[in-house]
Design a protein around this ligand. Structure first.
Ligand SMILES: [Zn+2]
Length: 231
């Protein structure tokens, strides 16, 4: 592995037993890596990278604009969010059943010893799911009356890219499990947004007009909702 610096960009160069040269901009920080054939000389590699510099910058920009996500391990001391409140996670081992409890500013995650990160994530996610499922019916009851529509069906799904979805034809609403980490007004905003879709399918001026009417501060909530994505 060697390093090239072009236009203030650090590029890791790795020579391998391959036929073609290729380039990657890696998540999450936009590090640049070039894999080149063993017999390719440094000058040719440099020329290749220079020819790709605008492509590299474009992709690095993409990562720069993404909120930082640090990998969770679900161990004591990590911060976890529940409806906008910040809690310090406390991992407790027990051979009894898995459990999640809030105690003051602590969130106690009780799992079996030697549980994997995935298992701990699942236990916490299921707890988030129970919590958010308890809140949604109240919001639906309130807003269906105000907006004058009815969702035939609703559910909670862990989604990567959307806060909610609405199938207008089937009048079915999905809400993102991740909303259980956000302030309750964020969940309320998404519920209103999806219900308004039952009046207007697309995000046009009519849709925005309804949002302004029903939830005048929706823009502020939307901004807050998208400010930080915590996985
Ligand atoms: Zn929408």
């Amino acid at each position: 592995m060697s390093t090239l610096i072009i236009d203030d960009i650090e590029i890791q160069v790795q020579k391998k037993k391959i036929k073609n040269i290729y380039l990657r901009v890696k998540a999450p920080q936009g590090g640049v890596q070039v894999s080149a054939p063993k017999n390719m000389n440094d000058e040719a590699i440099k020329m290749f990278v220079i020819s790709k510099i605008s492509w590299i910058k474009k992709h690095q920009e993409k990562y720069k604009n993404q909120p930082k996500q640090c990998k969770r391990e679900y161990v004591s001391g990590e911060s976890v969010y529940v409806f906008g409140g910040k809690y310090a996670l406390e991992l407790v081992y027990s051979n009894r059943c898995n459990d999640v409890k809030i105690n003051g500013d602590k969130l106690i995650l009780q799992v079996r010893e030697r549980s994997t990160i995935e298992r701990r994530a699942n236990v916490l996610n299921e707890w988030y799911r129970e919590n958010i499922k308890r809140e949604i019916p109240k919001l639906l009851e309130k807003w269906q009356k105000i907006i004058g529509v009815t969702a035939e069906e609703w559910g909670v799904k862990n989604m990567k890219t959307r806060w909610g979805t609405c199938n207008v034809r089937d009048k079915r609403i999905w809400l993102n499990l991740q909303l259980a980490k956000k302030h309750p007004k964020c969940l309320e905003y998404v519920v209103v947004h999806e219900l308004v879709h039952l009046l207007e399918k697309s995000h046009n001026n009519i849709f925005i007009g309804y949002m302004d009417k029903f939830l005048p501060n929706w823009r502020k909530i939307k901004k807050e909702l998208n400010a930080f994505i915590d996985d």
